[in-house]
Unconditional design. Structure first.
Length: 329
């Protein structure tokens, strides 16, 4: 980007890990950044449901770190007390039988909750929550933002970053850039039905978490096995394929099917306290990752795990690398 289009004011749409990583890095370069998030808090799918009696991570279950830059970032979270290594006893259920998992991955979780790293990244950022950006318009080299809750936002921006799931990005892009809209439309996003459950009569099982194959459930985890967690709640994720095929079920219908599968797995759900959550855009993305997308000619960028192979690490690197590209431009 040439000097006549200097980036001084940036709007980041979405306060998940990708958006927070991008905003935090841009701020470190001295760029003024405002973040707009439709939910009540940061971290997106790195989230925890809490009641007075129990808590359950109902989005991302853990994350790994392989890229040196993300390893360094995660270590800073550990030092800040917002993340820790989780060493679960893992099993695998496949072909109607249980076996040990031999995975050697180092797994991390947020502490005391999965959204703690996101809250850490959000410190010092200008973030407006419960603000749904419904329209973007480019006029005279500046971006004008429309908000569902507050109409037009008065601040004008040199650059806008969309750090939201592909279908939501597509809705904003369709009248702005056909190429970027096509990329967003080509992303295959899958839903996830999530059950959070207390099993008062559940017998002790010989694992903390398990990968479930060829069933409508793909993952089950005892949240109390994670550092700094309380209570005995379990998180159960529906498989991506089943969840997507059944995304429009009622919560009661999805719960009934998942409970039937739990019976197959040997769980007694009698008198269980159960809460259901539907993630409409939980996983998936582009078949061939591009990392991030930058359109300097119109001052627009996209970042998110769906552009970069999924996972928490992919989300963080997507936002970080987009910010780096803007700095270099």
């Amino acid at each position: 980007m040439n000097s006549s289009k200097a980036i001084n004011q940036v709007a980041v749409i979405g306060a998940g890990i990708a958006g927070l990583a991008c905003a935090s890095e841009l701020r470190s370069y001295g760029i003024s950044v405002d973040v707009y998030e439709k939910s009540r808090g940061p971290s997106g799918r790195m989230s925890t449901r809490r009641t007075q009696e129990w808590s359950a991570d109902h989005g991302a279950q853990y994350f790994t770190a392989r890229d040196p830059r993300f390893i360094e970032e995660v270590q800073s979270w550990v030092l800040a007390g917002t993340a820790a290594i989780w060493k679960p006893k893992l099993k695998v259920y496949e072909a109607k039988a249980w076996r040990e998992s031999h995975s050697q991955d180092i797994r991390y979780v947020g502490t005391p909750y999965m959204n703690s790293p996101g809250k850490h990244l959000a410190e010092g950022l200008s973030i407006q929550y419960e603000r749904t950006i419904s329209e973007l318009e480019r006029r005279d080299g500046k971006w004008h933002l429309q908000c569902s809750e507050a109409n037009e936002i008065t601040t004008l921006y040199d650059f806008v970053v969309l750090a939201i799931p592909a279908p939501q990005a597509s809705a904003l892009l369709k009248h702005l850039d056909s190429g970027a809209a096509h990329i967003a439309d080509s992303a295959q996003m899958n839903a996830c039905w999530t059950m959070m459950a207390n099993f008062p009569h559940q017998l002790n099982v010989e694992f903390d978490a398990a990968f479930i194959n060829q069933e409508i459930i793909s993952w089950i985890c005892q949240n109390g096995s994670k550092p700094m967690r309380q209570g005995g709640a379990w998180t159960i994720h529906g498989s991506p394929h089943w969840s997507q095929d059944n995304v429009e079920l009622s919560k009661e219908q999805a719960q009934d099917q998942m409970l039937q599968c739990l019976t197959t797995l040997g769980f007694n759900y009698e008198d269980a306290e159960i809460s259901m959550h539907r993630w409409r855009y939980a996983s998936g993305g582009l078949e061939n990752s591009v990392g991030f997308l930058s359109l300097p000619n119109i001052g627009l960028g996209l970042c998110g795990d769906w552009l970069n192979g999924g996972r928490v690490e992919g989300a963080w690197l997507s936002g970080f690398n987009l910010a780096l590209a803007l700095k270099q431009a």
